[in-house]
Design a protein around this ligand. Structure first.
Ligand SMILES: Nc1ncnc2c1ncn2[C@@H]1O[C@H](COP(=O)(O)OP(=O)(O)O)[C@@H](O)[C@H]1O
Ligand SMILES: Cc1cn([C@H]2C[C@H](O)[C@@H](COP(=O)(O)OP(=O)(O)O)O2)c(=O)[nH]c1=O
Length: 213
């Protein structure tokens, strides 16, 4: 479904751990605001009080706390609350929404790497959020080694429940994002996340140029 909106756009930022999503979410928000746009910056899991409560369940505790299916259901439930309470009202008010992770994270982490399956994730998203999709999804791509080094420096060796999974899991996540971009090039764009922060922000803006004109 296309979300009802006055004039704003819905943009999601995606990628593996440590590629610079949160850094770029802040920088891109500033850049869009400097162009006069009214931007809501939000994130998943979270972005509404209910979804933030579910975030704690998802990111804290033992690695095997949830089965992959239970994890997928919790992410979908958090997203349903976030879409209804935060994203839809902002778009209806004509704002731009920039979301640090969205559905494609569930497709990559739970659907592909977690082996729940892409069709099942899409079904849950249909039930929970009417299948709502971003207008553009920007996937930050970095070599596995560089991403792991950035994430390790940030987390000081203490990643969360999902970030702490092994290199094979994270390689499957990165490959899933590449496949999604290949299958839906109109919505999903791969962005080189190497180099300094400013250069990456310029690449992100270039990938939004048609929406900004
Ligand atoms: N372009 C960059 N070059 C070098 N380090 C970066 C760059 N972008 C972000 N970082 C650093 O890498 C770490 C991970 O960045 P972060 O934005 O938290 O990634 P993510 O949200 O994708 O996990 C942080 O310590 C951040 O300061
Ligand atoms: C939104 C979402 C996140 N995740 C994972 C990815 C991250 O490991 C974690 C979110 O942690 P967070 O700290 O927000 O992201 P990052 O590590 O990129 O800075 O949840 C999923 O597995 N499925 C999802 O649908």
């Amino acid at each position: 479904m296309t979300l009802r909106r006055a004039q704003g756009c819905f943009i999601s930022l995606e990628g593996g751990e440590g590629v610079g999503k949160s850094t770029q979410a802040g920088r891109l928000t500033d850049a869009l605001r400097a162009r006069g746009l009214d931007v809501l910056l939000t994130r998943e899991p979270g972005g509404s009080p209910g979804a933030e409560a579910i975030r704690q369940l998802l990111l804290e505790g033992a690695g095997d706390r949830w089965t992959p299916g239970a994890e997928a259901l919790l992410f979908a439930a958090a997203r349903a609350d976030h879409v209804t309470k935060t994203i839809e009202p902002a778009l209806e008010a004509g704002r731009w929404v920039l979301c640090d992770r969205f559905l494609d994270s569930s497709r990559a982490y739970q659907g592909v790497a977690g082996e729940v399956g892409d069709a099942a994730i899409q079904n849950l998203h249909q039930i929970g959020s009417d299948g709502a999709l971003p207008d553009r999804t920007l996937v930050l791509m970095l070599s596995d080694e560089d991403a792991a080094a950035r994430a390790h420096a940030r987390d000081e060796g203490c990643p969360d429940r999902i970030g702490g999974r092994d290199a094979k899991f994270h390689a499957a996540v990165a490959q899933a994002f590449r496949d999604f971009a290949r299958d839906d090039p109109a919505r999903i764009r791969l962005i080189d996340a190497s180099g300094d922060e400013e250069a990456v922000t310029e690449r992100l803006l270039a990938a939004l140029s048609d929406l900004l004109s």
